[in-house]
Design a protein around this ligand. Sequence first.
Ligand SMILES: [Zn+2]
Ligand SMILES: [Zn+2]
Length: 424
Amino acid sequence: MEFQAPRGTTDVLPDDQRYWRYVENTASQVAESFGYRRIDTPVFEDTNLYIRSIGDSTDIVEKETYTFSDRGGDSLTLRPEGTASVCRAYIQHGMHNMPQPVRLFYLCPNFRYERPQAGRFRAFHQFGIEAFGESDPYIDAEVIEVSWRFLTSVGIDDISLRINSIGDSNCRPKYVDALQTYYQNYSQSLCPDCVRRLETNPLRLLDCKIESCQPVIQSAPKSTEYLCLPCNAHWVQLQEYLETTGIGYEIDNTLVRGLDYYSRTVYEITPPTERRTNVIAGGGRYDGLLEQLGGPATPGIGFGMGIERVIENIKRLEIDIASNPKLSIMFAHIGEGAKKEAISLSSQIRRLGKESFVGPSRGLRSQMRYASHMNSSHVIIIGDDELSTGLYTLRDLSKGDQTEITADGILNFVKTHDIGQKVD
Ligand SMILES: [Zn+2]
Ligand SMILES: [Zn+2]
Protein backbone atom coordinates (compact mmCIF):
# COMPACT_ATOMS: atom_id res chain seq x y z
CA MET A 1 0.00 0.00 0.00
CA GLU A 2 1.32 3.39 -0.98
CA PHE A 3 0.19 5.53 1.95
CA GLN A 4 -0.09 4.72 5.64
CA ALA A 5 -0.72 6.90 8.67
CA PRO A 6 2.66 8.29 9.82
CA ARG A 7 4.53 6.26 12.44
CA GLY A 8 3.19 6.84 15.94
CA THR A 9 -0.19 8.09 14.77
CA THR A 10 -3.50 6.28 14.65
CA ASP A 11 -6.86 6.60 13.00
CA VAL A 12 -9.84 6.57 15.32
CA LEU A 13 -12.26 4.44 13.33
CA PRO A 14 -16.04 4.75 13.71
CA ASP A 15 -16.29 1.68 15.99
CA ASP A 16 -13.88 3.26 18.48
CA GLN A 17 -15.51 6.68 18.48
CA ARG A 18 -17.84 5.80 21.36
CA TYR A 19 -14.81 5.47 23.66
CA TRP A 20 -13.62 8.91 22.66
CA ARG A 21 -17.03 10.55 23.08
CA TYR A 22 -17.45 8.81 26.44
CA VAL A 23 -14.07 9.98 27.73
CA GLU A 24 -14.40 13.53 26.38
CA ASN A 25 -17.94 13.95 27.69
CA THR A 26 -17.04 12.60 31.12
CA ALA A 27 -13.93 14.79 31.25
CA SER A 28 -15.97 17.91 30.50
CA GLN A 29 -18.68 16.99 32.98
CA VAL A 30 -16.26 16.23 35.81
CA ALA A 31 -14.11 19.33 35.19
CA GLU A 32 -17.20 21.55 34.96
CA SER A 33 -18.61 20.06 38.15
CA PHE A 34 -15.52 21.46 39.93
CA GLY A 35 -15.99 24.90 38.31
CA TYR A 36 -13.41 24.51 35.52
CA ARG A 37 -14.16 26.16 32.16
CA ARG A 38 -12.93 24.98 28.79
CA ILE A 39 -10.14 26.69 26.87
CA ASP A 40 -8.74 25.82 23.43
CA THR A 41 -5.35 27.06 22.27
CA PRO A 42 -3.60 26.75 18.87
CA VAL A 43 -1.96 23.51 17.81
CA PHE A 44 1.37 25.32 17.33
CA GLU A 45 3.11 28.07 19.27
CA ASP A 46 6.26 30.16 19.11
CA THR A 47 9.13 27.69 19.70
CA ASN A 48 10.53 29.94 22.43
CA LEU A 49 7.41 29.39 24.53
CA TYR A 50 8.45 25.77 25.00
CA ILE A 51 12.14 26.54 25.43
CA ARG A 52 11.24 29.03 28.17
CA SER A 53 8.64 26.83 29.87
CA ILE A 54 9.62 23.18 29.55
CA GLY A 55 13.32 23.99 29.52
CA ASP A 56 15.87 23.25 26.83
CA SER A 57 17.61 20.60 28.91
CA THR A 58 14.58 18.32 28.92
CA ASP A 59 14.23 15.35 26.59
CA ILE A 60 11.13 16.97 25.14
CA VAL A 61 12.80 20.11 23.83
CA GLU A 62 16.11 18.37 23.08
CA LYS A 63 14.74 15.64 20.88
CA GLU A 64 10.97 15.26 20.87
CA THR A 65 9.41 18.45 19.51
CA TYR A 66 8.10 18.93 16.00
CA THR A 67 9.73 22.27 15.25
CA PHE A 68 9.66 23.98 11.87
CA SER A 69 10.13 27.34 10.21
CA ASP A 70 7.03 28.66 8.55
CA ARG A 71 7.10 30.50 5.23
CA GLY A 72 7.67 33.79 7.02
CA GLY A 73 10.76 32.39 8.73
CA ASP A 74 9.24 32.13 12.24
CA SER A 75 10.16 29.09 14.31
CA LEU A 76 7.03 27.27 15.41
CA THR A 77 6.55 24.10 17.44
CA LEU A 78 3.60 21.73 17.49
CA ARG A 79 2.24 21.64 21.04
CA PRO A 80 4.12 18.91 22.97
CA GLU A 81 2.05 19.39 26.18
CA GLY A 82 -0.85 21.55 27.27
CA THR A 83 0.32 23.71 30.16
CA ALA A 84 2.60 26.21 28.41
CA SER A 85 -0.07 27.25 25.88
CA VAL A 86 -2.68 27.76 28.57
CA CYS A 87 -0.22 29.83 30.63
CA ARG A 88 0.53 31.92 27.56
CA ALA A 89 -3.21 32.49 27.01
CA TYR A 90 -3.70 33.40 30.70
CA ILE A 91 -1.03 36.09 30.40
CA GLN A 92 -2.04 37.31 26.94
CA HIS A 93 -5.71 37.78 27.87
CA GLY A 94 -5.00 39.43 31.21
CA MET A 95 -6.73 36.69 33.18
CA HIS A 96 -4.75 37.73 36.26
CA ASN A 97 -7.20 40.67 36.42
CA MET A 98 -10.10 38.25 36.86
CA PRO A 99 -11.10 36.98 40.31
CA GLN A 100 -8.62 34.25 41.26
CA PRO A 101 -8.31 31.31 41.08
CA VAL A 102 -8.96 30.95 37.36
CA ARG A 103 -9.92 27.34 36.67
CA LEU A 104 -9.46 26.05 33.09
CA PHE A 105 -9.61 22.67 31.36
CA TYR A 106 -8.75 21.50 27.87
CA LEU A 107 -8.97 18.53 25.53
CA CYS A 108 -6.39 18.77 22.77
CA PRO A 109 -3.95 16.91 20.53
CA ASN A 110 -0.23 17.00 21.40
CA PHE A 111 2.80 16.00 19.35
CA ARG A 112 6.11 14.48 20.37
CA TYR A 113 8.71 12.68 18.32
CA GLU A 114 8.82 9.69 20.66
CA ARG A 115 10.47 6.36 20.10
CA PRO A 116 7.61 4.21 18.88
CA GLN A 117 6.66 1.65 21.52
CA ALA A 118 3.52 0.22 23.05
CA GLY A 119 1.27 2.95 24.36
CA ARG A 120 3.42 5.79 23.03
CA PHE A 121 2.17 7.94 20.22
CA ARG A 122 3.70 10.81 18.30
CA ALA A 123 0.29 12.41 17.95
CA PHE A 124 -1.71 11.89 21.13
CA HIS A 125 -4.55 13.58 22.94
CA GLN A 126 -4.69 15.08 26.35
CA PHE A 127 -7.25 16.02 28.96
CA GLY A 128 -5.80 18.59 31.33
CA ILE A 129 -6.73 21.29 33.80
CA GLU A 130 -4.90 24.32 35.17
CA ALA A 131 -5.76 26.42 38.23
CA PHE A 132 -4.07 29.83 38.38
CA GLY A 133 -3.71 32.40 41.12
CA GLU A 134 -4.02 30.22 44.23
CA SER A 135 -1.08 29.00 46.29
CA ASP A 136 -3.15 27.49 49.09
CA PRO A 137 -2.82 23.69 49.05
CA TYR A 138 -6.61 23.17 49.00
CA ILE A 139 -6.31 23.74 45.27
CA ASP A 140 -3.56 21.12 45.00
CA ALA A 141 -5.92 18.65 46.66
CA GLU A 142 -8.71 19.80 44.34
CA VAL A 143 -6.64 19.29 41.16
CA ILE A 144 -5.70 15.80 42.33
CA GLU A 145 -9.35 15.13 43.13
CA VAL A 146 -10.51 16.21 39.64
CA SER A 147 -8.18 13.68 38.01
CA TRP A 148 -9.15 10.99 40.49
CA ARG A 149 -12.91 11.62 40.08
CA PHE A 150 -12.58 11.64 36.32
CA LEU A 151 -10.81 8.27 36.26
CA THR A 152 -13.24 6.65 38.69
CA SER A 153 -16.17 8.19 36.77
CA VAL A 154 -15.11 6.47 33.56
CA GLY A 155 -14.82 3.26 35.56
CA ILE A 156 -11.05 3.05 36.13
CA ASP A 157 -11.10 2.46 39.87
CA ASP A 158 -8.10 0.21 40.48
CA ILE A 159 -5.68 3.12 40.54
CA SER A 160 -3.29 4.48 43.12
CA LEU A 161 -2.03 7.95 43.84
CA ARG A 162 1.55 8.88 44.67
CA ILE A 163 2.50 12.35 45.81
CA ASN A 164 5.70 14.21 46.59
CA SER A 165 6.93 17.74 47.23
CA ILE A 166 10.05 18.89 45.43
CA GLY A 167 10.24 22.27 47.19
CA ASP A 168 10.62 25.67 45.60
CA SER A 169 13.40 27.97 44.37
CA ASN A 170 14.22 28.75 47.98
CA CYS A 171 14.86 25.24 49.29
CA ARG A 172 15.34 23.10 46.20
CA PRO A 173 18.90 24.24 45.41
CA LYS A 174 20.03 22.75 48.75
CA TYR A 175 18.30 19.52 47.90
CA VAL A 176 19.78 19.42 44.40
CA ASP A 177 23.24 19.96 45.94
CA ALA A 178 22.70 17.05 48.30
CA LEU A 179 21.49 14.91 45.42
CA GLN A 180 24.50 15.74 43.27
CA THR A 181 26.93 15.09 46.12
CA TYR A 182 25.27 11.75 46.78
CA TYR A 183 25.27 10.76 43.10
CA GLN A 184 28.91 11.65 42.60
CA ASN A 185 29.78 8.56 44.67
CA TYR A 186 28.02 6.39 42.11
CA SER A 187 29.14 8.07 38.89
CA GLN A 188 30.88 4.85 37.77
CA SER A 189 27.74 2.73 37.89
CA LEU A 190 25.23 5.15 36.37
CA CYS A 191 23.61 4.76 32.97
CA PRO A 192 24.82 7.23 30.28
CA ASP A 193 21.59 9.28 30.56
CA CYS A 194 22.08 9.67 34.31
CA VAL A 195 25.72 10.74 33.84
CA ARG A 196 24.37 13.51 31.64
CA ARG A 197 21.46 14.34 34.00
CA LEU A 198 23.89 14.69 36.90
CA GLU A 199 25.16 17.81 35.15
CA THR A 200 22.12 19.12 33.26
CA ASN A 201 19.04 18.14 35.25
CA PRO A 202 19.84 16.38 38.53
CA LEU A 203 16.23 16.00 39.73
CA ARG A 204 15.53 13.78 36.79
CA LEU A 205 18.11 11.29 38.07
CA LEU A 206 15.29 10.02 40.29
CA ASP A 207 13.13 9.50 37.23
CA CYS A 208 15.49 7.03 35.53
CA LYS A 209 13.81 3.78 34.47
CA ILE A 210 17.04 1.82 33.86
CA GLU A 211 17.31 -1.20 36.16
CA SER A 212 20.93 -0.64 37.24
CA CYS A 213 20.11 2.89 38.46
CA GLN A 214 17.27 1.77 40.75
CA PRO A 215 19.34 0.91 43.89
CA VAL A 216 21.01 4.33 43.68
CA ILE A 217 17.59 5.99 43.43
CA GLN A 218 16.20 4.03 46.36
CA SER A 219 18.76 5.32 48.87
CA ALA A 220 19.01 8.86 47.48
CA PRO A 221 18.31 11.86 49.75
CA LYS A 222 14.60 12.69 50.00
CA SER A 223 13.29 16.06 48.81
CA THR A 224 10.76 16.31 51.65
CA GLU A 225 13.63 16.33 54.18
CA TYR A 226 15.01 19.53 52.62
CA LEU A 227 11.81 21.61 52.48
CA CYS A 228 11.90 25.16 53.87
CA LEU A 229 9.24 26.07 56.46
CA PRO A 230 6.60 27.44 54.04
CA CYS A 231 7.09 24.47 51.68
CA ASN A 232 6.84 22.06 54.54
CA ALA A 233 3.63 23.69 55.84
CA HIS A 234 2.19 23.45 52.31
CA TRP A 235 3.17 19.79 52.10
CA VAL A 236 1.63 18.90 55.46
CA GLN A 237 -1.59 20.77 54.68
CA LEU A 238 -1.90 19.16 51.27
CA GLN A 239 -1.97 15.78 52.96
CA GLU A 240 -4.61 16.94 55.44
CA TYR A 241 -6.83 18.25 52.65
CA LEU A 242 -6.35 15.10 50.60
CA GLU A 243 -7.45 13.06 53.57
CA THR A 244 -10.70 15.02 53.76
CA THR A 245 -11.46 14.05 50.14
CA GLY A 246 -11.14 10.38 51.09
CA ILE A 247 -8.60 9.68 48.36
CA GLY A 248 -5.88 7.32 49.54
CA TYR A 249 -2.31 8.23 48.68
CA GLU A 250 1.25 7.09 49.08
CA ILE A 251 4.29 9.35 49.49
CA ASP A 252 6.90 8.63 46.85
CA ASN A 253 10.07 10.66 47.22
CA THR A 254 11.43 9.42 43.90
CA LEU A 255 8.59 11.18 42.09
CA VAL A 256 9.85 14.34 40.35
CA ARG A 257 7.93 14.52 37.04
CA GLY A 258 9.73 15.16 33.80
CA LEU A 259 9.45 18.90 33.35
CA ASP A 260 11.66 21.63 34.77
CA TYR A 261 8.90 24.00 35.80
CA TYR A 262 7.40 22.04 38.68
CA SER A 263 7.62 23.24 42.26
CA ARG A 264 6.28 21.85 45.53
CA THR A 265 3.47 19.39 44.76
CA VAL A 266 3.96 16.68 42.13
CA TYR A 267 1.77 13.62 41.75
CA GLU A 268 1.02 10.64 39.55
CA ILE A 269 -1.84 8.20 39.27
CA THR A 270 -1.11 4.68 38.03
CA PRO A 271 -2.91 1.39 37.52
CA PRO A 272 -2.03 -1.20 40.20
CA THR A 273 0.67 -3.32 38.60
CA GLU A 274 2.22 -1.00 36.08
CA ARG A 275 3.85 1.57 38.35
CA ARG A 276 5.87 4.34 36.76
CA THR A 277 6.00 2.81 33.33
CA ASN A 278 2.34 3.42 32.66
CA VAL A 279 1.24 6.55 34.46
CA ILE A 280 -2.34 7.50 33.54
CA ALA A 281 -2.38 10.99 35.01
CA GLY A 282 0.24 13.27 36.43
CA GLY A 283 0.65 16.86 37.37
CA GLY A 284 1.96 19.35 39.81
CA ARG A 285 2.47 22.90 40.85
CA TYR A 286 4.46 25.40 38.76
CA ASP A 287 4.56 28.60 40.77
CA GLY A 288 7.45 30.19 38.86
CA LEU A 289 6.28 29.42 35.36
CA LEU A 290 4.06 32.40 34.58
CA GLU A 291 6.74 34.84 35.62
CA GLN A 292 9.26 32.86 33.57
CA LEU A 293 6.98 33.40 30.56
CA GLY A 294 6.84 37.15 31.08
CA GLY A 295 3.61 37.28 33.10
CA PRO A 296 2.95 38.55 36.61
CA ALA A 297 4.09 36.28 39.47
CA THR A 298 1.16 33.88 39.67
CA PRO A 299 0.98 30.45 41.26
CA GLY A 300 -0.37 27.63 39.12
CA ILE A 301 -1.09 23.93 39.29
CA GLY A 302 -2.52 21.40 36.89
CA PHE A 303 -2.49 17.91 35.48
CA GLY A 304 -2.49 16.27 32.08
CA MET A 305 -3.51 12.80 31.06
CA GLY A 306 -3.33 10.96 27.79
CA ILE A 307 -6.73 10.04 26.43
CA GLU A 308 -5.31 7.09 24.47
CA ARG A 309 -4.01 5.67 27.74
CA VAL A 310 -7.33 6.24 29.50
CA ILE A 311 -9.09 4.34 26.70
CA GLU A 312 -6.49 1.55 26.90
CA ASN A 313 -7.36 1.16 30.56
CA ILE A 314 -11.12 1.25 29.90
CA LYS A 315 -10.56 -1.62 27.49
CA ARG A 316 -8.22 -3.43 29.89
CA LEU A 317 -10.94 -3.38 32.56
CA GLU A 318 -13.62 -4.26 29.99
CA ILE A 319 -15.74 -1.40 31.25
CA ASP A 320 -19.17 -1.46 29.67
CA ILE A 321 -19.74 1.89 28.03
CA ALA A 322 -22.61 0.70 25.85
CA SER A 323 -24.40 3.85 24.90
CA ASN A 324 -28.17 4.11 25.14
CA PRO A 325 -29.75 2.64 22.06
CA LYS A 326 -30.49 5.50 19.75
CA LEU A 327 -33.26 5.91 17.25
CA SER A 328 -31.84 5.49 13.77
CA ILE A 329 -34.23 4.98 10.91
CA MET A 330 -33.29 3.68 7.48
CA PHE A 331 -35.73 3.93 4.61
CA ALA A 332 -35.73 0.90 2.32
CA HIS A 333 -37.28 1.80 -0.99
CA ILE A 334 -38.34 -0.06 -4.09
CA GLY A 335 -39.09 2.11 -7.12
CA GLU A 336 -38.45 5.73 -8.04
CA GLY A 337 -41.59 7.14 -6.36
CA ALA A 338 -40.76 5.29 -3.15
CA LYS A 339 -37.20 6.58 -3.25
CA LYS A 340 -38.40 10.19 -3.44
CA GLU A 341 -40.78 9.62 -0.52
CA ALA A 342 -37.85 8.08 1.41
CA ILE A 343 -35.61 11.07 0.70
CA SER A 344 -38.36 13.47 1.80
CA LEU A 345 -39.29 11.66 5.04
CA SER A 346 -35.67 11.04 5.94
CA SER A 347 -34.94 14.74 5.57
CA GLN A 348 -37.93 15.63 7.79
CA ILE A 349 -36.74 13.23 10.49
CA ARG A 350 -33.26 14.74 10.50
CA ARG A 351 -34.80 18.19 10.92
CA LEU A 352 -36.36 16.81 14.11
CA GLY A 353 -32.82 16.12 15.29
CA LYS A 354 -32.89 12.35 14.82
CA GLU A 355 -30.74 10.05 12.70
CA SER A 356 -32.20 8.87 9.42
CA PHE A 357 -30.90 7.97 6.00
CA VAL A 358 -31.99 6.40 2.74
CA GLY A 359 -31.02 2.82 1.93
CA PRO A 360 -28.65 2.10 -0.97
CA SER A 361 -30.25 1.76 -4.39
CA ARG A 362 -30.14 -2.01 -4.39
CA GLY A 363 -32.58 -4.85 -3.74
CA LEU A 364 -34.56 -5.07 -0.48
CA ARG A 365 -32.39 -7.83 1.04
CA SER A 366 -29.25 -5.87 0.37
CA GLN A 367 -30.81 -2.76 1.90
CA MET A 368 -31.80 -4.72 5.02
CA ARG A 369 -28.24 -6.02 5.41
CA TYR A 370 -26.98 -2.45 5.15
CA ALA A 371 -29.42 -1.32 7.88
CA SER A 372 -28.11 -3.90 10.31
CA HIS A 373 -24.50 -3.05 9.42
CA MET A 374 -25.28 0.60 10.26
CA ASN A 375 -26.93 -0.40 13.56
CA SER A 376 -30.22 1.14 12.52
CA SER A 377 -32.93 0.69 15.15
CA HIS A 378 -35.77 0.74 12.62
CA VAL A 379 -36.34 0.27 8.90
CA ILE A 380 -39.30 1.74 7.04
CA ILE A 381 -40.10 -0.13 3.84
CA ILE A 382 -41.76 1.73 0.98
CA GLY A 383 -42.72 0.11 -2.32
CA ASP A 384 -45.35 0.79 -4.98
CA ASP A 385 -48.15 -0.86 -2.96
CA GLU A 386 -47.26 1.10 0.17
CA LEU A 387 -47.15 4.34 -1.82
CA SER A 388 -50.65 3.78 -3.18
CA THR A 389 -52.19 2.87 0.21
CA GLY A 390 -50.15 5.43 2.19
CA LEU A 391 -49.36 2.70 4.75
CA TYR A 392 -45.66 1.94 5.11
CA THR A 393 -44.04 -0.97 6.92
CA LEU A 394 -42.16 -0.07 10.11
CA ARG A 395 -39.79 -2.82 11.21
CA ASP A 396 -38.19 -2.74 14.66
CA LEU A 397 -34.81 -4.39 14.11
CA SER A 398 -34.12 -5.07 17.79
CA LYS A 399 -37.48 -6.75 18.43
CA GLY A 400 -37.89 -8.19 14.95
CA ASP A 401 -41.59 -7.23 14.71
CA GLN A 402 -43.28 -4.92 12.26
CA THR A 403 -46.38 -2.73 11.97
CA GLU A 404 -48.01 -0.51 9.39
CA ILE A 405 -47.65 3.22 9.71
CA THR A 406 -48.54 6.40 7.79
CA ALA A 407 -46.13 9.20 6.91
CA ASP A 408 -47.60 11.36 9.71
CA GLY A 409 -47.42 8.37 12.03
CA ILE A 410 -43.69 8.08 11.32
CA LEU A 411 -43.01 11.70 12.23
CA ASN A 412 -45.13 11.35 15.37
CA PHE A 413 -43.29 8.15 16.28
CA VAL A 414 -39.96 9.92 15.94
CA LYS A 415 -41.13 12.87 18.05
CA THR A 416 -42.45 10.76 20.89
CA HIS A 417 -40.17 7.76 20.89
CA ASP A 418 -38.24 7.63 24.16
CA ILE A 419 -34.99 6.27 22.72
CA GLY A 420 -34.97 9.12 20.23
CA GLN A 421 -32.39 11.23 22.05
CA LYS A 422 -28.90 11.05 20.66
CA VAL A 423 -26.32 10.11 23.23
CA ASP A 424 -23.97 12.94 22.45
ZN1 LIG B 1 19.98 6.00 34.94
ZN1 LIG C 1 10.78 25.85 49.95
